[in-house]
Write a protein that binds this ligand. Structure first.
Ligand code: ATP
Length: 432
């Protein structure tokens, strides 16, 4: 393990060393656990650290946050805390715990437990690894279920026969890791997984948990592969019986991949995209609006998320037709695209096969989207116009003129406003 840890970037080594110090000072044994260790052994970069503490995870996290001079968010009810760090590092700290499932697919009853009990509640052997941070604890990998060998052999394996029954979201997790790493689901695990699917357990899980796992699948590097594998193993009826992705969906996913890559390359400073939402809207595209809204509500998506997904279904086709017209004016393009989210715009670009539509979207993002006026409310007031909704109307007209290259300088803008307020209708709003 030492050799693996040595290769880590300096920021991670420093953090682990500080956590070791806290472990010694508080006399609470602390361990790196889960995905970070799995990825370390796979030689994959991972900046999400999970630390498990035998004792009190919150006190441990508070002391670590103090040393790091970082913020902290405490989740008292779960005995966990997240450090709020600048940059790419993420640290979650938890008290070791054990779980008991009173019945199939129910939420577990959680209580304090040892490290081994904490590892026993985990999904797969490859995620049930631990490593003592405090040097006094020895520098050996703690691997009670043979996770290291499964990693080497490329196997996804559950820890016990009731695993999928206890928590059917592990079905989605198994498929996600299988597809991400190109692993095989070990034969007995595969039988248990099929049995859990066939007995309808995916219909019994809390929808929020299904949503969270589905979103994680759609955030993976190749969501088409993920959805294909999920559909062929489990179907998607547990989301909607009408959801039957085929060739068209997968080629739309490919087009979305391209558009996202284009957007990220050309507009690195813009808002971070919710890529999962673009793929989900793409997946739901063949369905009717009512069904899409029903799915969004069933999955308990947030209002803004539902609005973006349903909004595309509602007006996407109409907007594409307008954008596909050769010679559409910049102000027209602006008025069509400006109210939409970047996610919706990316999806429009992916869906449309028309070269003008694609060009108009690019123009919007490259030029019009960042266009600002020189004049402000102060100037309108100076011209004697009373503040009110008319300000927005005037700004919209000046912006349209600017987009269509009819005005360019501050003086042009002012001159246009003067002309506008000569018109009957706006004149009445001038100061008495
Ligand atoms: P990723 O690389 O996708 O972030 P991860 O393994 O870090 O993978 P998380 O969802 O962050 O995944 O979960 C952290 C750890 O918690 C996992 O490594 C696993 O041990 C455990 N875990 C998460 N979800 C479950 C679950 N449904 N059942 C059991 N253990 C789980």
């Amino acid at each position: 393990m030492r050799a693996y840890l040595k290769r880590l970037p300096a920021e991670l080594k420093e953090l682990i060393s500080l956590a070791g110090k806290v472990s010694r000072e508080t006399r609470m044994p602390a361990y790196l656990v889960g995905g970070f260790l799995r990825d370390l052994l796979l030689k994959k970069r991972n900046f999400d650290l999970d630390i498990c503490v035998e004792g009190n995870g919150i006190i441990f996290a508070e002391k670590l946050a103090k040393k790091l001079r970082s913020g902290i968010r405490v989740h008292e009810r779960f005995g966990t805390a997240t450090l709020i760090l600048k940059g790419r590092l993420k640290v979650d700290v938890a008290t070791t715990r054990k779980e008991r499932y009173p019945c199939c697919a129910s939420l577990p009853v959680v209580s304090e437990g040892s490290l081994i009990e904490d590892l026993m509640r985990r999904d797969f052997t490859i995620n049930a690894l631990a490593f003592g941070i405090n040097q006094g604890q020895g520098q050996k990998l703690i691997d009670p279920f043979g996770g290291r060998e499964d990693l080497a052999k490329g196997r996804i394996r559950v820890l016990h026969d009731l695993s999928f029954k206890d928590d059917p979201t592990r079905i989605l997790r198994a498929i996600r890791f299988q597809q991400r790493f190109g692993f095989k689901i070990e034969p007995k695990t595969f039988l248990l997984l099929k049995e859990a699917i066939d007995s309808g357990l995916l219909y019994k899980v809390n929808v929020h948990r299904i949503r969270d796992e589905l979103i994680l699948m759609l955030k993976e590097d190749n969501p088409a592969k993920q959805i294909k594998a999920l559909y062929s193993l489990a179907g998607l009826s547990f989301i909607s019986p009408k959801l039957k992705p085929g060739k068209a969906t997968y080629s739309l996913f490919k087009a979305i991949d391209k558009e996202i890559a284009w957007f990220n390359k050309n507009f690195p400073g813009r808002r971070h995209l919710d890529v999962w939402l673009i793929y989900l809207a793409g997946l739901l595209k063949p369905l009717g609006l009512a069904e899409i809204k029903k799915i969004c509500r069933n999955l308990a998506l947030r209002g803004g998320e539902e609005k973006r997904i349903a909004g595309f279904r509602q007006s996407g086709a109409r907007i594409i037709v307008s954008l596909s017209k050769k010679g559409a004016s910049p102000s027209r393009i602006f008025s069509l695209l400006e109210p939409l989210s970047y996610e919706t715009i990316i999806l429009l670009a992916a869906v449309s096969k028309n070269k003008y539509c694609r060009k108009h979207i690019a123009d919007f993002l490259e030029i019009y989207n960042g266009m600002r006026l020189y004049v402000s409310g102060h100037d309108l007031h100076g011209l004697g116009i009373l503040p009110g909704p008319v300000y927005q109307k005037i700004f919209a007209k000046v912006l349209a003129a600017k987009l269509n290259a009819k005005v360019s300088t501050y003086e042009d803008e002012l001159a246009l406003i003067r002309r506008l307020i000569q018109c009957p209708g706006t004149n009445a709003l001038k100061k008495q």
